[in-house]
Design a binder for this molecule. Structure first.
Ligand code: C2E
Ligand code: MG
Ligand code: MG
Ligand code: MG
Length: 274
């Protein structure tokens, strides 16, 4: 193994590693021009309150239409953008674009924006967020930033300081993919989160796995005792929704309510909320 690490032999690498590395290099190269060339756009997925049934907001999800490869998934290109540094320009664009879009909506719903771990540790993040709000005129309390446990554990003190500044602006912060990372319960308690998003894997497994359902129940109990609302991701079927209603979940998001789609029209917003 050590030999392979020193690059003397490649025999320990999985077949296809070269191919993967080559693709990553190509994506990193192409990412540098993706914004300028208008290859990026945002889709919006509805989030619903399970108490009132109303729409509560939309999560902005980034899409990259690569000129030759077609649509590339953010799970694939975000890590590349983090490594190359392109994430800063992309992240700033996403923030501004999502805030601008939310300003057009007829109802004052929240817009949720994902922040990558690298972006979260960026020194001028607070300025970038402030600028997006000022330039677009979006009220701070309509913006919700989604961060993962990974973003926090890298540097807890710094993360706490940063979160406090973001909160001081009036912006909401949600912890995303909860249950899949490495944060302790203590993190949840000492960080000022406005929402816990249970990772979609638990709900998707819940039908066949009593353990997955037990985890959902535990996260909901945790949210209740810390007084933090819980949103479940990955609601694909009515059966999933029934589980969530039975367990007393606060909000939900998933294909059952709507796939990520073009910016919502005035009509959808009125129809869905009436
Ligand atoms: P995420 O923030 O956890 O977003 C939820 C993902 O689950 C999205 O995948 C969404 O399309 C998908 N999803 C929604 N409902 C369902 C469902 O009912 N079933 C299933 N199986 N999946 C569902 P997507 O859009 O491919 O994004 C993947 C990840 O990429 C996101 O996970 C987020 O971590 C990252 N990402 C997306 N947009 C951005 C962005 O603007 N900036 C950053 N830094 N990361 C982003
Ligand atoms: Mg998210
Ligand atoms: Mg998630
Ligand atoms: Mg995710």
């Amino acid at each position: 193994r050590a030999k392979a690490m020193r690059g003397e032999t490649a025999c320990y690498f999985e077949p296809g590693m070269d191919e993967i590395a080559r693709k990553r290099r190509e994506l990193a190269h192409d990412l540098r021009h993706a914004l300028d060339r208008g290859e990026m756009h945002l889709l919006y997925q509805p989030q619903r309150s399970l108490h009132s049934g109303d729409l509560s907001g939309y999560e902005a999800l980034l899409r990259w239409r690569h000129p030759r490869r077609g649509l590339v998934s953010p799970d694939e290109f975000i890590p590349v953008a983090e490594e190359s540094g392109a994430i800063f320009a992309i992240g700033e664009w996403v923030l501004r674009e999502a805030c601008r879009e939310a300003c057009r909506w007829s109802a004052p719903l929240k817009v949720a924006v994902n922040l990558s771990a690298v972006q979260f540790l960026q020194a001028d993040l607070v300025d970038v967020i402030h600028k997006a709000l000022v330039e677009t005129g979006l009220a701070a309390d309509r913006l919700e930033l989604e961060i993962t446990e990974t973003a926090i554990i890298a540097d807890k003190l710094r993360a706490l300081h940063c979160l406090r500044q973001i909160k001081a602006m009036g912006v909401n912060v949600a912890i995303d993919d909860f249950g899949t990372g490495y944060s302790s319960l203590d993190t949840l308690h000492s960080f000022p989160f406005d929402k816990i998003k249970i990772d979609k894997s638990f709900l998707i497994k819940s039908e066949n796995s009593p353990e997955a359902r037990a985890i959902i129940r535990a996260v909901l109990a945790l949210g209740k005792s810390l007084n933090i609302p819980v949103l479940a991701e990955g609601v694909e079927t009515e059966a999933h929704l029934i589980v969530l209603l039975a367990e007393g979940c606060d909000e939900a998001q998933g294909y059952f309510f709507g796939r990520p789609a073009q910016p919502p029209s005035q009509e959808t917003m009125q129809a869905v909320n009436s």
